[in-house]
Design a binder for this molecule. Structure first.
Ligand SMILES: N[C@@H](CCC(=O)N[C@@H](CS)C(=O)NCC(=O)O)C(=O)O
Length: 219
């Protein structure tokens, strides 16, 4: 039996990517919660940059959620969570990258500019444009769904889902919205919400609101 330990934080969407991955792969693992507000000394020694998630497997350390999930895909190949043929694998990587390089920074700007009404108008448009790009260039062209790459869930779906779970807070607090044309996107959300990996790792709207509301109270 392999020895897998995940260092995580309940509210962290990046760590949730990896918790979902381990559930999808049906890998047994030990979960260690790290108090990020009061980092213990052992954590500072273990983690090079202090961020969760961090995976320890057979004595080796891996960090960065995307790299951890790719590593888990290699060491636990079944069920496969990447497409088999190279062109589809490349496309999956393009969308995994799109999430972190384009989509997440757009969401993050909503928090950064929360006190600037003018900038928020641009931020709302930017998020809508990105969701439409995901809908038209991603979901509709890649497959018939319900997942990004087809009938089977892949790492692409895990990359996005924790942030979409939190999207209602971005709507409620900072005025983001999903365009009506994002039909496939909404079907994708439903398909993801029905996965055990999501059900077992998701937190309710109120849980996320409590955390995100703190930004609004801060200067
Ligand atoms: N790029 C990283 C981001 C991880 C990250 O930002 N984790 C946050 C919690 S959601 C964290 O550990 N923050 C603690 C810190 O920055 O000191 C990944 O994908 O794993």
């Amino acid at each position: 039996m392999s020895d897998v330990e995940l260092f995580s934080f309940e509210a962290c969407p990046y760590a949730q990517r990896t918790r979902m991955m381990l559930i999808e792969k049906d890998v047994e693992y030990a979960l260690t919660e790290v108090d990020l507000y009061n980092k213990p000394d052992w954590w500072k020694e273990l983690s090079p940059h202090g961020k969760v998630p961090l995976l320890r497997h057979d004595g080796g350390i891996v960090y960065e959620s995307r790299v951890i999930n790719e590593y888990l895909e290699e060491v636990f190949p079944e069920p496969a969570l990447m497409p088999a043929d190279p062109i589809h694998r490349a496309r999956a990587r393009i969308w995994i990258d799109y999430c972190d390089t384009y989509f997440l920074p757009a969401l993050h700007n909503l928090i950064v500019d929360r006190h600037d009404e003018e900038k928020q108008i641009g931020n709302h448009k930017s998020i809508q444009d990105k969701l439409l790009f995901i809908e038209k260039e991603g979901l509709r062209k890649l497959s018939d769904g319900p997942f990004f790459m087809g009938s089977k869930l892949t790492l692409v779906d895990l990359q996005f889902m924790p942030f979409i779970e939190r999207f209602p807070c971005y709507e409620e607090l900072w005025g983001a919205s999903i365009p009506d044309e994002c039909i496939r996107f909404k079907e994708w959300v439903k398909a993801m919400q029905s996965r055990d990996s999501h059900k077992q790792t998701a937190n309710p709207f109120e849980f996320h609101m409590e955390r995100y509301s703190k930004y609004d109270k801060a200067a």
